[in-house]
Design a protein around this ligand. Structure first.
Ligand SMILES: Cc1cc2nc3c(=O)[nH]c(=O)nc-3n(C[C@H](O)[C@H](O)[C@H](O)COP(=O)(O)O)c2cc1C
Length: 210
């Protein structure tokens, strides 16, 4: 089993990376692999709402969104991490997620449905719960069970060294990893015993509300 994580910071070894690595260590302890997908500092296009992705994949091929969506098909769970920028997740992560999730809506096999997910935030000081809320909404609209934690899914610090001093934050990250492993094993066990995924009913689509 494998968990695919996304570092929504351009800082490859910064605070968000440090938090994700702590989740990863706890996963490995439970025999679950993980990989951190780095968004890096390259430009990431925003969704332009052209809708062409509904015929296959996103029309933009000059960044890693399509590559990530392919990798996501093979993943069993996800952790999306972001630094807090002005009390929201990084713009690059939001552009990335808008496109990755929107282009998966009419995929033959949605890469996100029914796969447990967690959001992880890093901040110097504030804006974490508002940012947490934003990322969680990608999960709830995509039938992804949310992996819970022992406290808010955040670490505090302005550098990796500071994050390593946030002992409670790191403890929360380890608990997220352990809970994710537990959920993945339960889902695998259910599958072995014939518990099928629920059918997704999309027959109603009411675009207007009166
Ligand atoms: C543009 C920008 C805006 C930021 N806004 C906030 C903020 O609203 N609240 C906060 O606590 N930290 C804020 N920070 C600090 C980062 O969230 C914090 O240093 C984070 O842990 C960096 O993570 P990283 O090393 O993974 O990039 C901001 C940093 C930048 C560059």
């Amino acid at each position: 089993m494998k968990v695919l994580m996304v570092n929504g910071s351009s800082n490859l070894k910064g605070c968000t990376f440090t938090a994700l690595t702590e989740v990863g260590k706890a996963l490995e302890k439970q025999g679950i692999e993980y990989e951190i997908f780095q968004l890096g500092a390259k430009p990431i296009r925003d969704c332009i709402g052209c809708g062409k992705c509904q015929e296959g994949k996103c029309i933009f091929n000059d960044d890693d969104v399509n590559k990530f969506v392919e990798m996501a098909q093979e993943a069993d769970g996800f952790v999306f991490g972001s630094p807090v920028y002005y009390a929201h997740p990084s713009g690059r992560l939001l552009s990335f997620l808008d496109r990755a999730f929107y282009c998966s809506v009419s995929a033959q096999k949605n890469p996100f449905h029914f796969k447990p997910s967690a959001a992880v935030l890093s901040a110097r000081r504030a804006g974490t719960t508002a940012s947490f809320d934003v990322i969680n909404k990608y999960f709830t609209i995509s039938m992804m069970p949310i992996v819970a934690a022992s406290y808010w899914n955040m670490v505090h610090g302005n550098s990796s060294e500071e994050v390593l001093q946030d002992l409670e934050g790191l403890q929360t990250m380890r608990n997220i990893g352990a809970n994710m492993a537990w959920m993945l094993k339960n889902i695998a066990c259910g599958k072995e015993h014939g518990i099928a995924r629920p059918e997704v009913d999309r027959s109603q689509r009411t675009n207007f509300i009166r």
